[in-house]
Design a protein. Structure first.
Ligand code: CTP
Ligand code: ZN
Length: 161
């Protein structure tokens, strides 16, 4: 919460990305994952979306981190669940009136349902049947509960938009 703590994260003299008034800061995102965070949140630069992104900024906890600040928005549990798959060290900070009023680490769920789509064209979940996707979360990826397909590195590409 204190400004002096911010100094550990980088520049001695100024914040690299300005503070937000009210909304959500997704901090300690693995370097290189910010664009995937935007994809998960469905942020595409439409009018009315006020978003700041820092990429590969210095961090005390990670070598380099990405950070995404979304004004005027809180995240759903589904969104946080999927974020945890690509940004396992992320913290979600809820800001109101410029203050962080809530901070929590993301936690990978055991199962994600209805938010990722199976890359296997022969899977029942992609065949037009009314079956919701269902993936088991592994240490290093996800596995389709219906066909067993395992995806490790390209999880962000499975996000239903
Ligand atoms: N933040 C922001 N706008 C605010 C308040 C905070 O953008 N009005 C950002 C800070 O810049 C920081 C993150 O939200 O990136 C978390 O804020 P804070 O808890 O104050 O920082 P730290 O104590 O450094 O967080 P942590 O211990 O999680 O690293
Ligand atoms: Zn499948």
């Amino acid at each position: 919460m204190s400004d002096d703590h911010d100094h550990h994260d980088g520049d001695e003299h100024e914040l690299r990305v300005s503070k937000i008034r009210s909304g959500t800061v997704i901090d300690h995102v693995r370097g290189g994952q910010a664009l995937n965070v935007l994809a998960i949140l469905g942020i595409d630069g439409s009018e009315g979306e006020e978003v700041s992104v820092g990429m590969n900024v210095p961090s005390d906890r990670l070598a380099r981190k990405d950070i995404v600040k979304v004004e005027g928005r809180e995240l759903s549990q589904d969104e946080v669940d999927v974020l945890s798959l690509i940004a396992p060290d992320a913290t979600i900070n809820i800001v109101r009136d410029y203050e962080v009023i809530e901070k929590h680490r993301v936690e990978p769920p055991e199962i994600v349902e209805g938010v990722l789509s199976c890359p296997n064209a022969g899977c029942i979940t992609t065949s037009g049947e009314p079956v919701d996707s269902r993936f088991e979360v592994l240490e290093d990826g996800v596995r389709c509960d219906y066909c067993g397909t395992i995806v490790r590195d390209e999880i962000a590409a499975l996000i239903d938009t």
